[in-house]
Design a protein around this ligand. Structure first.
Ligand SMILES: *Cc1c(COP(=O)(O)O)cnc(C)c1O
Length: 351
């Protein structure tokens, strides 16, 4: 599909590499598998994997993403969070040497029906409180035994995921850790626990594999810290162009639903990006930068355009507008839209 949209995405690979080095500072001997699901959070699956070539491994959600990495000569271990969903995907898991996370008993049934002599590693994913993918605590022992007996399997690791890592003091974190530690002591095998928020708040430090996602892309995973405070650099830049300047009178309204009314005679700029491009429709008074000057979005976001308050701004048509990136924090734009950075990044960078 040709891209007809005027909005331009730039990816700063130096910033990505810088953020990866930041993760390493927390690693204390753990290996790192950058999480590059959802087209590397919209940044480009292959580009990101190639840039992070000295990562110990990678993680994706679905097998198609893992196969795409292999077809582009990415040779590190690749964890697939959803594992295989049927016999054919199990065959591909083996063929491409992938590392599935096992979270359902029927996946173990499928493994036992398979004959073949290539060996794979697996993660046994455990529900310690996230309640999403993971075998239940009372199923772990029988699942582990079955996996241990399976000749196809070389190594079984234990994996869990926090539900409230963005609030380090949340009580559920402690409960999840306690449940997991019991299993770690029993099985004494490889472990993987922490996403970005848990890495930075060092919720759980004794593990073999860290799984950072959002921090690699330069956004803050914590509710009370900015990316800048965490020394993370934004990787994605999103730019569009100022295509109109209207000099409106006091009392005139801007955009659908008359949501914004000029408080005085003033210039209002129109920028050629909207929710059709992936800009969040619910953004309310989001920050922007026009020709290097900070300004604010006014009125509702349209499909192909947004409006900006140009009072006290030196601007002309054709000026470049930063919607987020180096100067306009994507965290602030997400907050103005009542959503999370993850959604903004994935949405704008769908492949
Ligand atoms: C997406 C995901 C991660 C990465 O989370 P971030 O908050 O982006 O660091 C880690 N582990 C699992 C299981 C995930 O689904």
């Amino acid at each position: 599909m040709p891209n007809h949209r005027a909005a331009k995405i730039t990816i700063n690979l130096d910033a990505l590499e810088h953020n990866f080095q930041q993760v390493k500072k927390y690693a204390a001997g753990s290996k790192i598998m950058p999480v590059i699901k959802a087209n590397a959070y919209g940044h480009g699956l292959i580009k990101v994997a190639q840039c992070l070539s000295d990562a110990d491994g990678f993680a994706v959600a679905q097998i198609s993403e893992a196969i795409c990495l292999r077809e582009n000569n990415i040779s590190q271990p690749i964890t697939v969070f959803q594992g295989f969903l049927n016999h054919q995907q199990l065959q591909q898991t083996i063929q491409y040497g992938l590392t599935p996370a096992i979270s359902q008993i029927w996946q173990i049934d499928l493994l036992e029906k398979n004959s073949g002599d290539e060996l794979i590693d697996v993660w046994l994913k455990i529900n310690t409180g996230m309640g999403r993918l993971g075998v239940q605590l009372n199923e772990v022992s029988s699942c582990y035994q079955r996996l241990e007996k399976n000749k196809l399997i070389k190594k079984i690791g234990l994996m869990m995921h926090f539900a409230n890592a963005d609030e380090p003091e949340h009580l559920s974190n402690k409960k999840q850790i306690e449940a997991f530690l019991t299993l770690v002591e029993k099985y004494k095998t490889e472990t993987s626990v922490s996403n970005s928020a848990a890495i930075i708040s060092q919720l759980y430090t004794q593990q073999n594999w860290l799984r950072p996602g959002i921090m690699l892309y330069g956004a803050s995973p914590l509710l009370n810290k900015t990316a800048q405070q965490l020394q993370l650099k934004p990787v994605m830049g999103l730019r569009a162009e100022l295509i109109a300047i209207n000099y409106l009178k006091e009392g005139q309204s801007v955009g659908y639903g008359d949501q914004w009314v000029c408080p005085q005679d003033m210039p209002v700029g129109i920028v050629n990006i909207g929710y059709g491009d992936g800009y969040p429709r619910h953004a309310d008074a989001a920050p922007l930068m026009v020709n290097g000057q900070r300004c604010v979005l006014v009125g509702r976001v349209s499909m192909d355009s947004i409006a900006v308050d140009l009072r006290h701004i030196d601007a002309k048509c054709g000026d470049s507008v930063e919607c987020w990136g180096e100067n306009v924090s994507v965290d602030a734009v997400a907050a103005s839209a009542g959503t999370i950075v993850y959604e903004l990044l994935c949405h704008i960078g769908k492949n």
